[in-house]
Design a protein around this ligand. Structure first.
Ligand SMILES: Cc1cc2nc3c(=O)[nH]c(=O)nc-3n(C[C@H](O)[C@H](O)[C@H](O)COP(=O)(O)O)c2cc1C
Length: 211
């Protein structure tokens, strides 16, 4: 009989919230990064990365990001803007723009334009008002479907569910028929300060089993 390998196990209720957060970041990893552009109600651009990010379906195309409630219980600018305007653009974060993306994650005061602070080029969207990030090869224009809050106070979740109303793919990642995954060079967020890079040496193909 094989022995069960040793595990360190913990009930999250017994841990400080900060430690639960850290643990979660290792357990859900790697995460894609939604570099998210919004507008304040008075039209000021905002740009910030969110790795609490997933797609959930395609009929209609549906995505989720979660800007968590801040340490002092306040809401992040992205959440405030989406709640007020109902619109956002998700731009794929790539290795080429990693340092500028990281700079844009600095918690600037509300109203500061991270396109300017971090050196990104705004491109007009087609269906919504917030601009896209020209340096990002894949962009999704989204309209708010619903915000679902889970918990309250610091580090609680604010699930922003959006419907993708327009897709943009840069010619440089287009293979003539669809997107070439090898040309995106996306980065992913892991636990601690770790990231990973989805470039060709790290990638592999696997076909789904057939019936
Ligand atoms: C790669 C990366 C991923 C991040 N993911 C999240 C996230 O999923 N949720 C979150 O609340 N903050 C996340 N942050 C921190 C926010 O980007 C940061 O708080 C930012 O200042 C929020 O900007 P805003 O107030 O303009 O919305 C992340 C930061 C980085 C660098």
């Amino acid at each position: 009989m094989s022995e069960t390998p040793p595990f360190r196990s913990v009930d999250p209720e017994t841990l400080p919230r900060r430690d639960v957060y850290r643990l979660l970041l290792f357990c859900v990893s790697p995460r894609p990064i939604a570099f998210t552009s919004t507008l304040s109600p008075d039209g000021k651009p905002n740009l910030a990365p969110f790795s609490f990010f997933m797609a959930g379906g395609a009929n209609p195309p549906s995505v989720v990001i979660s800007p968590v409630t801040g340490r002092e219980g306040g809401y992040k600018d992205t959440l405030r803007n989406i709640e007020a305007t109902g619109e956002f653009v998700i731009n794929t974060a790539t290795h080429e723009i990693k340092d500028r993306m990281n700079l844009a994650s600095f918690e600037f005061p509300y109203g500061v334009n991270e396109f300017e602070e971090a050196g990104f080029t705004p491109l007009p969207s087609v269906r919504i008002k917030p601009d896209r990030v020209a340096e990002s090869p894949l962009q999704m224009e989204c309209r708010l479907f619903r915000i679902v809050r889970h918990g309250e106070g610091p580090l609680s979740a604010n699930y922003i569910i959006g419907e993708v109303v327009y897709f943009h793919m840069a010619e440089r990642v287009w293979d003539g028929d669809t997107v070439d995954a090898r040309r995106i060079d996306a980065i992913g967020r892991m636990g601690g300060e770790w990231y990973c890079r989805a470039n060709e040496p790290a990638m592999f193909e696997m076909t789904r089993p057939q019936r």
